[in-house]
Write a protein that binds this ligand. Structure first.
Ligand code: ZN
Length: 500
């Protein structure tokens, strides 16, 4: 039923667009060139920017580069005159976690790994028992309330064994390895992963304890003032409870580091509909470099390409405005930080919008438009268009109209399939607008072998194609900015955006 209604309204919309067609946009779209894109991206994706990881010097350099670009272009800084929306992210740090053994104070990440949550005021002294492999028989009849429990689970039984220990009342579970040499080899990688928590927009004040320590079997023997041979024998005989309880001194102190970062944005005021804003976005952060700076993830495609696209589109709109063709609606050019950490910059923006979200009519988000994915090697003139009809049937029609009239790219809607397991609709910054009911389009070239690898470099970028894709975004934005009515949210019954 709705399909028929949609197609009738789509025909009407196409007619009205055809009448209102303003080919001035062609002139300005032609300023978006492969050559200009190459010169901008060669800065953004240079080694000097160190992979632009959120909070690092490289990200700050990229922010400065954007600020200088918008200043030179003469666009307005909308954050009290600035292009920077500065804020802090929060990252939990578990370096103040230790266990005391006979060999001395063992630090988290050096000889063991802590995983979970907790925040002690002072060093704890915890009565600790041995519970063998952590099988049901190891816990039979034992009340371990508030105690530490050492288990040496075999195979894939660790989760079940931890569950049994907790069910028996354990406060802390030590999970000992059956293969200490293997454990010590894996330790540095595990430590990198667990010493610092995920960055968050809000401070994690959850104090609920859940304390797991991954240790060697040798350390468990040390803590029990026993030997690995004795522990093995007790396990083999099913007499784990015969190993005497010992008290273990340890500390779990949660530190929260603040990571200062910034969204970047520039504003072009519209004319008669200037209170309504169209956001054209990309993320300018990426995943950074290794500890000594010898391996850099330049992120040329992800998302140097989208950021370059937003810059070029900003230039085109500014030139139009300077020549008397200012858009009716206002446009916000937004380059967010923290995308690779979990869409944090756009999340922050959506919670602290510089322009009211109820007046934010659309978001066109560009995340990776410089490459060709394996499915399109034979026909590279394509772009994935994602989410264009999720909230507004009109938006997809306008997008198609822009493409048919001006750019002639094959628009691939494969990822709009609700059964697609990639769930790209939820995986870039537009989602933080969509979840507030703002119709969005996400432009994307798909993933490739260099995705999130140091090989995502500028030499692999297809600049002609990238320029054409950015021109499509420009023409679509031009139509959206200049039509009489904003795109209505008319497909709300399809709404799946209030997840998370
Ligand atoms: Zn990425």
């Amino acid at each position: 039923m709705r399909r028929i209604l949609m197609s009738i309204s789509a025909i009407g919309l196409l007619c009205s667009l055809a009448i209102a067609q303003n080919d001035k946009s062609v002139k300005y779209a032609s300023t978006i060139t492969a050559q200009d894109m190459r010169s901008k991206l060669s800065v953004l994706a240079s080694d000097d920017f160190q992979g632009r990881e959120t909070g690092t010097e490289g990200q700050k350099k990229a922010a400065e580069f954007l600020a200088k670009f918008y200043t030179d272009l003469g666009l307005t800084g909308p954050v009290n005159g600035s292009y920077y929306q500065k804020f802090n992210l929060y990252q939990t740090d578990w370096t103040d976690v230790y266990i005391k053994t006979k060999k001395g104070t063992q630090k988290n990440g050096e000889t063991f790994v802590f995983r979970g949550n907790g925040d002690m005021q002072k060093e704890a002294k915890v009565a600790t028992v041995f519970a063998g492999a952590g099988d049901a028989k190891d816990f039979a009849g034992r009340d371990l309330t508030g105690k530490g429990v050492i288990i040496i689970p075999e195979g894939n039984n660790a989760n079940d064994a931890v569950g049994r220990a907790k069910a028996a009342g354990a406060r802390i579970v030590f999970i000992a390895s059956t293969d200490d040499a293997g454990f010590n080899t894996r330790l540095p990688r595990l430590a990198r992963f667990f010493l610092k928590g995920r960055m968050r927009v809000e401070e994690d004040r959850n104090a609920e304890e859940n304390m797991l320590f991954y240790i060697t079997k040798a350390m468990s023997a040390d803590l029990m003032n026993s030997s690995t041979a004795k522990l093995d024998a007790a396990m083999a005989n099913g007499t784990s409870s015969s190993i005497k309880e010992k008290s273990v001194r340890l500390m779990v102190k949660k530190k929260v580091n603040e990571v200062a970062t910034e969204n970047m944005m520039a504003y072009l005021e519209g004319t008669d509909l200037k209170n309504e804003v169209i956001v054209i976005s990309s993320h300018y952060d990426h995943i950074g470099q290794n500890a000594d700076g010898t391996v850099i993830n330049n992120g040329a495609d992800d998302d140097g390409s989208g950021t370059t696209g937003v810059m070029e589109i900003a230039e085109a709109f500014k030139q139009a405005a300077d020549e008397g063709n200012r858009p009716r609606r206002s446009i916000l050019f937004l380059n967010v930080t923290g995308e690779e950490k979990g869409l944090l910059g756009s999340n922050y923006y959506a919670s602290n919008p510089v322009f009211p979200l109820e007046n934010t009519v659309n978001n066109l988000n560009i995340d990776m438009i410089g490459r060709v994915d394996p499915d399109h090697e034979k026909d590279p003139n394509y772009v994935y268009v994602i989410g264009s009809e999720k909230l507004s049937s009109h938006l997809k029609v306008i997008s198609e109209y822009a493409n048919i009239t001006y750019t002639g790219i094959n628009l691939d809607y494969k990822y709009d399939d609700p059964n697609d397991t990639n769930r790209f609709y939820y995986r870039s910054d537009h989602y933080n607008f969509a979840k507030h009911g703002i119709p969005i389009i996400f432009y994307f070239n798909g993933t490739h072998a260099d995705y999130h690898r140091p090989t995502d470099t500028i030499d692999k970028i297809e600049f002609e194609l990238m320029a054409k894709r950015a021109q499509l975004v420009f023409h679509t934005a031009w139509l959206l900015a200049n039509r009489d009515k904003r795109t209505p949210v008319d497909t709300k019954d399809d709404m799946t955006y209030d997840r998370n």
